[in-house]
Design a protein around this ligand. Structure first.
Ligand code: EPU
Length: 426
């Protein structure tokens, strides 16, 4: 089995470059369906999601070409006048985020058949708010033989309140509303930087959207959109991962190409832990000399601290001075990570959506398994602050969100290699 073998003890020092956000890729690519003609997207991270979404767009009748420089991909998407409308299970199940084709397909063709993505390792991920929003705009939605079937003779703008600021629901409703008749107001909308990224692209395509970056989006439908060129926003979660790793290892890392404003709460927490944070013109620097001090974490929709940084924070707090309380408000199963880091000697106890971490001087290297992308990088950070060797299995999870992860770690001075291991049996 392929693992990342981490030898603990290094202090991370140097510079890393941040490319476009994984969580923008699918949405930007799906938005290309909204306008016939040639859309070009750049600064996409060179990850498998781009290839899978490419296959999905091809199944929907688009012609897609991809170029890569190893770190970033660029795609050219030629969208037909009338796209096909079936997104098959064999592709949707590989990346649940591909449900984001629902809004654009419904808006363009009045009909969409998209596989229901199914189970997920980080917890239950219902789609009720996606459906309720589209239904308010006049769509008829039912689930048939594992597929969401959505139909609308005409989509009409409507007032929509989300029970929770869901990223995916906001995106699907927004991408349907841009071509609907009249005005849609989404209240309690998500306002993640990736939503702003998608809004920016849609506006460049001719969409009318007010309130971008706020929790009330007002979208007035237009007759047609035109294709555009767009570069994805920098990945704040990858940037935050490096910041956590720098503090955990008492290192000094410059994160280039990231926007510190997208990580305000996370960076504030790290400065409370004792880190020196310097905001630069094109990124930020995080430096730490002493053992970090404990802090509490509550995950919340943006601008709250991202659930996608929670495992990395736990890895750091596992070696902090003091006791920390972590409250996970989005994905309950993310605490599966705690059972793995406990194998490395971390003192973590969970109860429902709370975890208590009692920091120790060091962890102890062990074979562990990544259960999702963020758990994977959290375990690598834990390996960096552990005595001896940690082998992190299920590396494919890490590869889904981090481009050239071990190369970047090595360039910062970490001892990490990708090897075959028999620690996990056959
Ligand atoms: N929810 C519902 N009903 C819905 C939709 C969501 O109850 O109809 C709940 C979810 O169960 C969850 C909460 O609302 O408890 C938030 O879910 P949201 O819809 O915001 O998440 P998502 O769009 O499915 C995206 C990212 C996730 C990230 C979350 C939260 C993509 C492809 N995925 O998921 O990224 O954790 O937003 O920020 O954009 C990751 O990168 O590791 C990852 C899981």
């Amino acid at each position: 089995m392929q693992v990342l073998r981490v030898t603990g003890g290094a202090r991370l020092a140097g510079t890393v470059d941040i490319v476009g956000a994984k969580n923008s890729v699918l949405k930007l690519m799906a938005a290309a369906l909204l306008a016939p003609g040639e859309t070009t997207l750049g600064n996409l991270p060179a990850i498998s999601d781009v290839h899978i979404m490419r296959q999905l767009l091809e199944r929907l009748g688009c012609e897609v070409t991809e170029t890569t420089d190893g770190a970033t991909d660029a795609v050219r998407i030629l969208t037909p006048d009338i796209p096909l409308s079936e997104a098959p299970y064999e592709l949707v199940r590989k990346i649940r985020g591909s449900i984001c084709v629902l809004g654009p397909l419904l808006a363009r063709t009045g009909h969409a058949r998209v596989a229901v993505p199914g189970g997920d390792a980080i917890g239950s991920r219902p789609l009720d708010m996606h459906f309720a929003g589209l239904e308010r705009m006049g769509a008829d939605i039912r689930t048939e033989h594992g597929y969401v079937v959505a139909e609308a003779r005409e989509l009409r703008g409507a007032p929509i309140w989300l029970d929770f600021p869901s990223v995916g629901a906001t995106e699907n409703i927004m991408t349907a509303a841009v071509l609907a008749k009249g005005t849609t107001v989404i209240d309690n909308a998500a306002r993640e930087p990736e939503i702003v990224d998608l809004c920016t692209m849609l506006v460049n395509m001719g969409a009318q959207i007010d309130g971008i970056g706020s929790s009330t989006l007002e979208i007035t439908g237009v007759e047609a959109l035109r294709p555009t060129s767009h570069d994805a926003v920098a990945d704040r979660i990858v940037a935050g991962t490096w910041a956590m790793a720098a503090v955990a290892t008492r290192g000094d890392v410059t994160v280039r190409g990231a926007d510190a404003a997208h990580l305000q709460i996370a960076l504030h927490k790290l400065s409370r832990a004792g880190a020196e944070i310097e905001v630069l013109a094109n990124g930020f620097r995080v430096a730490m000399d002493d053992r970090p001090k404990s802090f509490d974490v509550v995950t919340l929709p943006y601008p709250g601290l991202a659930t996608d940084l929670q495992p990395q924070a736990i890895a750091l707090l596992a070696v902090a001075d003091g006791v920390s309380m972590i409250t996970e408000n989005l994905f309950e199963a993310r605490f599966m990570f705690c059972d793995e880091i406990a194998r490395m000697g971390a003192d973590v106890r969970t109860d429902g959506h709370h975890a208590v971490v009692r920091g120790k001087e060091r962890l102890s290297g062990a074979p562990v398994r990544a259960t999702d992308i963020r758990a994977g990088v959290g375990l690598v950070i834990a390996g960096l602050v552990a005595d001896g060797i940690t082998e992190v299995a299920e590396v494919h999870h890490i590869d889904r969100g981090y481009v050239r992860f071990e190369e970047q770690l090595q360039s910062l001075g970490a001892q990490v290699e990708r090897v075959e291991s028999d620690s996990f049996g056959a």
